[in-house]
Design a protein around this ligand. Structure first.
Ligand SMILES: Nc1nc2c(c(=O)[nH]1)N[C@H]1C(S)=C(S)[C@@H](COP(=O)(O)OP(=O)(O)OC[C@H]3O[C@@H](n4cnc5c(=O)[nH]c(N)nc54)[C@H](O)[C@@H]3O)O[C@H]1N2
Ligand SMILES: Nc1nc2c(c(=O)[nH]1)N[C@H]1C(S)=C(S)[C@@H](COP(=O)(O)OP(=O)(O)OC[C@H]3O[C@@H](n4cnc5c(=O)[nH]c(N)nc54)[C@H](O)[C@@H]3O)O[C@H]1N2
Ligand code: SF4
Ligand SMILES: [Mo]
Length: 693
């Protein structure tokens, strides 16, 4: 007799929507995956990518067995070995490296492939083992850190409003956020506000799918958003619309900030941002007279030299207008942190017996090539595909071929990074392991129950590290806690966000809303800053070497005259619609729909270079080059700005990707990345020419 059951789970991918799902299992096989219809945010739909997840799980390309490298590093040639052999070799290498160079010679390099608390990034899977070994601390700098720091200087926290509350806004600014591609479940709330009369503006140098659906699209020059914000506030002041009562009661440094705003009249801001004075004044007036105004800032907006400062500015902007005090007003950047689970109980920082150095994800190549105290001798990569995703691809490739570097990669598929591994370990996918997840764009947590057994010899991250601990002969008991025990430790807390949410309830129902009222005001009782106020002037920023007063930090490469002469175009590489970072970059159906790397440019830039729509282009700078198909489109970008998307696998798209051109340089805060602060030149690829490397 056929047996069918439904298993609750959640999407592990790096996406603000953190969907809750249900897997239908018939006779031990996962046959259907759909968005959980009961979940208030997911509402029964997943997305164009994850709708194909079960197919992806069953892909013939899946890594099913441990492997050892047989060809040169980078060749991707491997032979199958057993788990025992693989773990013995890894344990021997790590043991030797720790003895010879100390634990810090190990770099556990964890990415965003899985955001789960047990198997992924949120809980720093493997943290206990790394602490016991005294490995270097991995700093997750590649994504949103600059903005998280920026909002924190201003408000004392990176947490903003519940994005759902945007349904109550009357003006919505989607600021460097490509919502319909990167977090489409938010659109329902945008739409709800719009039906009640809200005006929706997208602020993005690129005419994205989201920009096309908005009431208005404002396209500033990349990296100039903080100047734009100052210009809008200049208009607010001219209209006498600043909220004086709010400024008086809730903010610090207003007189200084006011003076700074007055330095940015619309004509000056027009020159900086490339917008017209009229655009600035019109939007400024709208902002002055529309309460509540909600800003949804994306992550893309902060991938510039002054990216952290942009988020700091946006958090301050909605203080000048007083929007933080209205349901539906304020800034939504991240909800990460509203979940009050016991992260330390999970990661156990107390297992570290002495302080260790931190290594930044942004600086992979430089660290591997240049750091000497001690050099990194073992790199353990999991949930990450840095050869394709991280800045300065060519240097990363060079670094990963270092003969004295021992590289282990845990993954689902033979990625561009797997090609450089000494040992490859096959990892479970989301239908095959236990996990607990939160979201960074909503207020819910999710339980992921394994629905089916793993294929081949795939193991979960937790089980892989338990077995590795055993091979290392480690005796610390907590290294062997089961997944259920780990989940219990995470959830066993008195934190009010979890009141009434037991592990049993979560496991049965599959999701729970954290204990916050709908449309709650995050700063009704003041701000968690040193002064208790929204800080336009921040001593913490000053102590970190930044301007104590919030302001505008220009992008770097567009303002370098010599560089700009040689490389006159600013390249933005945002999210692709059919992948999540490089996940699905090998899924044939999604690769087909994505249509290969594409570069969109304005006819004024195309014409003089002999670049034609549909032709092949070589995009290059001093760091490297990649090829893409051209789209010449006057509506999509302005002259001087070109757009492409991230996520393509290098070996499936000409051997190089956009990150061959990106600099391994820190943004202004937290060591964040500068993916879009990037100047390039473009030339046509004539058929028959040698392909660029
Ligand atoms: N489909 C899909 N969804 C994804 C991802 C994906 O790869 N594909 N990635 C996931 C991840 S890891 C993240 S962090 C989020 C990112 O989510 P988003 O931040 O929404 O996505 P991005 O495309 O990185 O950036 C948003 C927009 O910022 C714009 N932008 C770039 N520079 C500037 C600037 O200087 N000023 C302004 N105003 N805008 C600028 C870009 O043109 C882009 O359209 O999405 C997640 N969701
Ligand atoms: N040019 C440019 N580059 C960018 C960006 C950009 O906007 N422009 N965006 C940046 C951003 S926001 C981010 S977050 C980074 C992402 O960069 P990374 O963190 O490197 O993420 P991915 O490239 O998606 O690689 C994730 C890998 O993890 C694997 N994986 C997934 N789940 C698991 C699991 O449970 N266990 C194990 N072992 N492996 C798993 C996947 O198969 C995949 O190979 O990329 C950055 N790169
Ligand atoms: S990628 Fe985002 S939208 Fe798609 S299923 Fe996962 S959480 Fe939901
Ligand atoms: Mo990200």
């Amino acid at each position: 007799m056929t047996q069918t059951r439904e298993v609750v789970g959640g999407c592990p991918l790096d996406c603000p929507d953190g969907c809750s799902w249900k897997v239908t299992v018939t006779d031990g096989k996962a046959v259907r995956l759909r968005g959980n219809p009961d979940h208030p945010y997911t509402r029964g739909t997943l997305c164009v990518k994850v709708n194909q997840y079960l197919d992806h799980v069953a892909s013939p390309d899946r890594l099913l067995y441990p492997m050892r490298r047989t060809g040169p590093k980078g060749s991707g040639r491997f032979t199958r070995i057993g788990w025992d052999e693989a773990l013995t070799e890894i344990a021997d290498q790590l043991d030797r490296i720790v003895r010879e160079s100390g634990g810090e010679a190990i770099w556990p390099y964890q990415g965003t492939g899985n955001l789960g608390f047990l198997q992924g990034l949120q809980g720093r899977a493997g943290a206990r083992l790394w602490h016991v070994l005294g490995a270097s601390r991995h700093e997750m700098t590649i994504c949103s850190i600059a903005g998280l720091h920026g909002t924190t200087y201003a408000t004392g926290t990176s947490r903003g409003i519940d994005p759902e509350s945007m349904a109550h806004a009357r003006l919505i600014l989607l600021w460097g956020a490509n919502t319909l591609t990167t977090s489409h479940h938010l659109w329902r709330f945008v739409d709800q506000a719009r039906r009640a009369g809200a005006h929706v503006v997208v602020i993005d140098p690129v005419r994205t799918r989201t920009a096309r659906q908005a009431d208005e699209h404002i396209a500033p020059l990349p990296g100039t958003d903080a100047a734009l914000a100052l210009g809008l506030l200049h208009v607010v002041l001219a209209e006498g619309a600043e909220d004086r009562d709010y400024l008086e009661r809730y903010t610090l440094g207003w007189p200084e900030f006011r003076d700074r705003i007055l330095e940015y009249p619309p004509d000056r801001v027009a020159a900086i941002t490339g917008l017209t004075e009229e655009q600035i004044v019109t939007l400024g007036r709208r902002l002055a007279h529309t309460r509540p105004t909600a800003i949804r800032a994306g992550i893309g907006v902060q991938r510039h030299a002054g990216g952290g400062e942009v988020l700091r500015m946006l958090a301050c902007l909605v203080g000048v207008t007083g929007d933080w005090q209205y349901p539906g007003g304020g800034l939504a950047f991240s909800t990460d942190g509203y979940f009050g689970g016991d992260r330390d109980a999970l990661a156990r920082p107390d297992l570290l017996t002495r302080p260790v150095r931190a290594l930044s994800m942004t600086r992979l190549a430089e660290t591997l090539l240049d750091v000497d105290d001690p050099p990194v001798r073992a790199l353990v990569v999991y949930g990450s595909n840095p050869v394709a995703s991280a800045p300065d691809q060519n240097r990363i490739r060079r670094a990963l071929t270092r003969p004295d570097l021992f590289t282990v990669v845990l993954d689902h598929f033979p990625t561009d990074t797997v090609d450089y591994a000494d040992i490859v370990l096959p990892a479970t996918m989301q239908t095959e392991h236990l996990d607990v997840l939160d979201g960074y764009g909503h207020m819910y947590i999710t339980w992921n129950e394994p629905a089916v057994p793993p294929p081949g010899e795939c193991l979960s991250t937790t089980e892989t590290f338990r077995r590795l601990a055993r091979h290392l002969g480690l005796t610390e008991p907590s290294l062997y806690d089961s997944d259920e025990e780990l989940a219990g430790q995470l959830l066993a807390t008195d934190d009010p966000s979890l009141a009434g949410i037991s592990m049993e309830r979560l496991r049965t129902e599959g999701w729970a809303r954290l204990n916050y009222e709908p449309a709650f005001l995050p700063f009704a009782d003041g701000f968690p800053t040193p002064s208790g106020r929204l800080e336009f002037h921040s001593e913490r920023a000053a102590a970190d070497g930044l301007d104590p007063l919030v302001g505008y930090v220009p992008p770097k490469e567009p303002n370098d005259p010599d560089l700009s002469r040689r490389f006159p175009l600013t390249l933005i590489a945002g999210a692709g619609h059919f992948f999540v970072n490089t996940v699905f970059g090998n899924k044939p159906e999604l690769v087909r729909r994505a249509g290969g790397p594409r570069i969109v440019l304005h006819p004024d830039d195309a014409g003089p270079r002999g670049l034609v729509d549909g032709g092949q282009a070589r995009i290059f700078n001093d760091r490297g080059a990649f090829t893409a198909t051209m789209s010449v489109d006057a509506d999509h970008v302005r002259p001087g700005v070109v757009a492409t998307t991230k996520g393509h696998w290098l070996k499936l798209s000409g051997g190089a990707g956009v990150n061959a051109t990106v600099d391994e340089r820190d943004s202004d805060m937290g060591g964040g990345t500068v993916f879009h602060d990037n100047r390039v030149q473009i030339e046509p690829v004539v058929p028959g020419d040698v392909e660029p490397s």
